[in-house]
Design a protein around this ligand. Sequence first.
Ligand code: C2E
Ligand code: MG
Ligand code: MG
Length: 557
Amino acid sequence: MDGGNSKTTFEACCNFIRAFSTCMHDYLYVYDLTGDAYYIAEPAVSRFRLPGCLFQNVVATLATFVYPEDEAMLNSDLELLLSGEKDEHNLEYRWLGRDGSPIWINCKGRLITSENGHTLMIGCINEIGNLAKADNISGLLGESSLREYIQQLLPATDDALFLRIGIDDFKLINERHGTEYGNFVLREVAGCIVNCLSPSQSAYRIVSDEFMVADVSGAGYYEMNKLYHNIRSAVDSVVAREKYKSIYTISGGLLSLKDLDCSLPNSVDEIMKLSEFALTEAKNRGKNQMYFFRPDDYDLFLRTRYVRSCLRQALANDFKGFELYYQPIVRSDNGGLFAAETLLRFHSPSGENIFPMEFIPILEESGLIIPVGKWIIRNSLSMCKRFREQYPGFMVSINLSYIQLLKSPMFEDITESLKDVDLPPSCLIVELTESGHLEDSIAVQNVWRKLREIGVHIALDDFGTGYSNLINIGNLKPNIVKIDRSFTLKALNYEYEHELLIHIIKMVHSIGLNLVVEGIETDDELQRITALNPDYIQGYYYSKPCPESEFSEKYLK
Ligand code: C2E
Ligand code: MG
Ligand code: MG
């Protein structure tokens, strides 16, 4: 077909495209500008939102499969072609995939005149966002080749293993020694992998610093663990040979096809996703090791992700789903109300009550505890204010996480809230949980000291669990020590812990502090514990944590 004087027709071009369509990854097309018809290679129809391989009314139909933001750019280029101002088309823009997601393409074409005088544009569309088929840096095949390989494997076998290997902290190598040295490391690690493989194993480079070994030998965990260690030793040798210019390690995530339902149409995506999880898990567990995928771990990961997204949603929705419950802390001598501990509750959008033991660590790890913590302080103090109108001297006790203390201006948040609700600092107790992390932090000790100086009461929570409680009494100088329920139970059941509790109470009193025993459920437990002379009792015996209305009902009437 030549520029101005071709013998071809639209139909002949369609036949030509049809003949070649299964032999190439790109999509040939012909557009009859005069007859307003378009034909594209059949495989494009299953990839993009096209109405079929042949359609008419071209400009209007384009709107159904071109990414909306790119439509204007395409139309102005087509206008130039239709008006004869130019005869070549070369545009990078996006089409819509079958699922509606944008796919980058490069569309090239040129105008010719057909035998019957029609203006035709003949050309080719190729996907420019496509995954690499091969990688020149490592010398290995790339992710799209791996995907094709798995696709061929899948119907026949469920006995393959995939070892995803990642270089630990690869970013640092690039940052410290430049990308050229980074590429050298990639090439060396690829070499180590390839040298350790048996004939029924193959290696691919997938994203940046990650490789995948596919094994179809019927090997088990033991053999793959050995393979991982062999590769690791080979990598160690490279590091030594390079005179420790850069010291790096590798992690591995192992996945067995047996852990998947391979009859699903998206099995390849599933393998990529689960192997990525396995590698991330190996890194999270300390790097330089191999982790073997376990469905239970993945379920836990999904559950955490779900809870995290519910929590984020609640925050975006003005804390909808969060609720504050209050549990009384009573005087041990006369059973009178001393304070209430604020305990956070969370209901997911589907109405599930998620336990604090599950959602508090997720709030902490995601940093969401900071805004939620501020909300807790403000609302607890408001509750305290309302309650004190009828019950002067009442105090509220709030739990603080170490993350809040380390990463937010806790002292300022507390003093500001006290000022806003117009309450003296002395009506507030702050309970420090997870104190094991804190005894060394000067910043935290400063917040503590400043809070104590203005008159906020400090309570050391969870006493009797963990390992450094006595040190915390020295470092954090609390006003109150709270004995955790797990220790209370031991003291109620075992002579040794019972004796220990007697001495803890004496010791706490001898240095002028007060003590709360948590977790008292029955009258018998109450009698036995009050005999030891603690200052305060907290437990289901008096009340389970409950909403403010129920709490007020109980104590104000
Ligand atoms: P904690 O601060 O030691 O709170 C006491 C826990 O013991 C509460 O569990 C309470 O419901 C439970 N409890 C009290 N008396 C009894 C009893 O007699 N029997 C039994 N079986 N349990 C009793 P909850 O509400 O599930 O909270 C668990 C932990 O979650 C809390 O332990 C605290 O560490 C954390 N938490 C709860 N709310 C917050 C919060 O607002 N902020 C922070 N940072 N942590 C919180
Ligand atoms: Mg507490
Ligand atoms: Mg406690």
